[in-house]
Every structure is written in C-alpha cells, then in structure tokens.
Design a protein around this ligand. Structure first.
Ligand code: UD1
Length: 376
C-alpha cells in the first residue's frame, strides 16, 4: 500500500500496563469520529512488553479496547534488549505498511522505542502525556520521556507545568496542545462500573478501614533488606488496619526471598482495572511509588503517600491529595500519624482533567493530518 493510501492512518502504540488506560479514550474518540464519517483510521500495535493476562489482556477486556491489530511479542529483557527488540520488530512492520502518524503515550520503554523508529523513517510522532519531568535520571521512564520528547512533532500535555517544560526546551507553541489527561477520561467513564474484588468479604475489608499499597520501582523493591524495612514500617504505622498489596511481577521476585512479613499485609495478584480502582476509591489512603496512581487518587480525593523523592506530576502535590515522603521508611510514621489525626489535605482536580481529553486529541489530529471533515 502506498503512503498516500495511509495518509490518515495512525499507529497507536501500547506496550505496558499504564499505557492501556491512556489509549482507550483515544480509540473510543476515533471510533466516534469514524461513525460520523471521518476518514481517520488507526492500527493498534501492542509491543508485548507486558504479556501476562493480569498485566495486559484483563485491561483490554475491562476497558473495551479492541484486540491489537499487531502484537510484536517482545516479552521481558533488560532495558536494552527490550528497546532493541521493539525497534527491530516495529521497523519491520513500518517497512511493510507505513502510516501517517505514530502516536505514543506515557513513558514506558515501548513509547521511546517506537518513537525513534517512526521518526527515523520520516513518520511524524505525537506524544500523549508529553513534557512531564522528574529530573531523576535513575528512572528509565525519565530517559524515555526525554528521548521521546526530543523527537516528537506534536505534544499533547496534561498540565501547565508540562507546557512550561517543553517551552523551556525550545518547543514552539504551535506544537504544544494542552488537552488534559486521558488516564482520567478512563477513570471517569469507569467510576460507575468499579467492582468489589472477590476477596473483599473474606478479608473483612470495610470502606475507609484499610490501606492500598503498590510498589514496583527498582529503588524501592530491588534489594531485599531495603524492601523488608519499608514493609515493616508500613505494617507498624497503619495501626492494625489491613494493607491490600497487589504485587507487581518485579516486586514478587524480591518478596519471594523475604520471610516474616507483617501480618496485616494482604498480598494479592495484580488487580484488573475495575477492582483496583474500587479498592483505591474506598481506601483510607494509598501508599505507592507509582506516578499514574497519584493522578487517580487526586481525582478520587483519596490521600496518597508517595515513596519517591521526585515526581513528574507535581500538580498531584500542589493541587491534589498526594505527598512525597522520599524512600526512607522512617518517614512513613509521621505521614501516617498526620493522616490518622485528620490533618491530610483535601485537594482539588487539575484543569482539563474532565473526561474529554480523548476527544480533544482526536479533533486536533484530524486538523494536523488534514483529514477531511466528517461528511466532506
Ligand atoms: C514498566 C514501566 C513502568 C510502569 C510499569 C507498570 C518501563 C521502563 N517501565 O515497568 O513505567 O510503571 O511497567 O507495570 O517501561 N513481567 C512479567 N509479566 C509481565 C510483564 C513483566 O512477569 O506481563 C516481569 C518481567 O519479566 C520483569 C519485570 O516483570 O522481570 C518488570 O517488567 P518490565 O516490563 O521490565 O518493567 P516494569 O517494572 O513492569
């Protein structure tokens, strides 16, 4: 097929769990435009970076994401192995059939790898969630963000801070589109569908009488002693309440080597989207080292204690319910004491996190690609 035939074809890239909630509203918005007669077309490319059903297929099912058109099936590996495998296989795909645009979301390895491949073949790149920065180069995600944004044509952003970061890097205004947060589109659409997980009753969980914890960053979970200290401090600090802990595969490897875990820790498998956010919505608070979860807790008004020194999402702290306490477990007790004393901030929802971001992105893409208007 010639390039012209694909002039309105967008490759949508998804690789790892946090990508799936970000692409769902974009696909939904394209489908709505197509129904109205738009010539926009899309091809969903799953790189296979996350491949377990619990890290991938469950999200496609629950979020009504159509099956990928292509799965590059790269699987696990080191950062370089994964990056290389994605690049080789995505390049092969583009050499067979190239589109007009490669749309990448977030900051995972797949985001960066596909952006590089597309741009080197002269295919424009759009980055959703562009411009956010932690300035922490020990996180692979930060390097992924920086590399992706260095070679992106069009930047779709979640916040004014992101816009400023891009301006400072020399990106011109006409390439920055402040559209809001697609992850929050997904949350708002799914709030009425959230589901009690099957272990809720058996574990005796009650609204606002338990914590949710997630932890998977190498800095927190890759050494057994350090991670054991974090778990012990959480177990002691929560005043006997249960702590529901969906365990990421990376974390499971470290946990397997630990004994004597706190009794109030409830270890469960990675949760599907609807069950996980049900747990978050009803929790007293969340303890995490994730970035995306701090956005969801901000919108749901649930206190969030983040065990990191930096965040690429500062609005979750300045406007939202999130607080950074660093990675030292000694900081957990004072934070938890403030929570139990009712001294946690209430927070507000950042601008444009309103559930309409997918539509704003797709409307803009039609203009950028010169797609004939619906009915034209
Ligand atoms: C990736 C993302 C991170 C995101 C996280 C959410 C990068 C650099 N990081 O980190 O931003 O917050 O996903 O989950 O892209 N594994 C499985 N099954 C799977 C997927 C992974 O067992 O379906 C194992 C892998 O073999 C590996 C470990 O989990 O040992 C880590 O997976 P990997 O994709 O390398 O990075 P994450 O830590 O998940």
């Amino acid at each position: 097929m010639s390039h012209d035939d694909n002039g309105h074809l967008i490759d949508i890239i998804a690789g790892a769990r946090p990508n799936f909630m970000k692409i769902a509203p974009i696909i939904r918005a394209i489908q709505a435009r197509q129904k109205a007669g738009s010539a926009l077309r899309w091809r969903l490319v799953h790189t296979g970076q996350h491949y377990d059903a619990r890290m991938s297929a469950d999200f496609f099912d629950q979020l009504d994401i159509p099956a990928p058109d292509v799965n590059l099936e790269v699987g696990s590996g080191t950062q370089a192995e994964q990056t290389a495998a994605i690049m080789v296989r995505y390049e092969q795909l583009l050499l067979q059939q190239r589109g007009a645009l490669c749309l990448v979301v977030g900051d995972v390895t797949s985001t960066m790898a596909c952006a590089i491949v597309a741009q080197k073949l002269g295919i424009a790149v759009a980055h959703v969630e562009a411009g956010i920065r932690s300035d922490d180069w020990t996180m692979p995600e930060e390097i992924n963000r920086m590399v992706t944004d260095a070679i992106t044509n069009w930047y779709f952003t979640t916040s004014e801070v992101a816009n400023d970061n891009l301006r400072r890097a020399g990106v011109t205004e006409d390439r920055i589109f402040f559209v809001g947060n697609t992850m929050i589109d997904t949350l708002l659409v799914n709030l009425p569908r959230l589901k009690e997980p099957p272990f809720w009753v058996g574990a005796g969980l009650q609204s606002r009488r338990y914590f949710v914890m997630t932890m998977h960053r190498p800095a927190n979970v890759d050494t057994a002693d350090g991670f054991a200290a974090v778990l012990a401090a959480i177990g002691r600090g929560v005043r006997g309440m249960p702590v529901v802990f969906p365990v990421h595969p990376r974390t499971a490897k470290t946990l397997a080597a630990l004994g004597g875990l706190p009794k109030n820790l409830l270890l469960v498998e990675p949760q599907p989207y609807l069950e996980f956010n049900y747990l978050v919505k009803h929790a007293l608070a969340v303890i995490t080292d994730s970035g995306g979860i701090t956005e969801e807790t901000t919108v749901m008004g649930v206190p969030c204690i983040t065990m990191r020194n930096t965040t690429e999402r500062p609005e979750t702290v300045t406007l939202g319910t999130n607080e950074l306490i660093g990675t030292d477990p000694a900081q957990l007790k004072p934070a938890l004491d403030r929570l139990f004393d009712g001294r946690w901030k209430t927070g507000s929802v950042p601008p444009l996190w309103d559930g309409k971001t997918g539509e704003r992105i797709v409307e803009r893409l039609e203009v950028l690609l010169g797609t004939p208007a619906a009915g034209a």
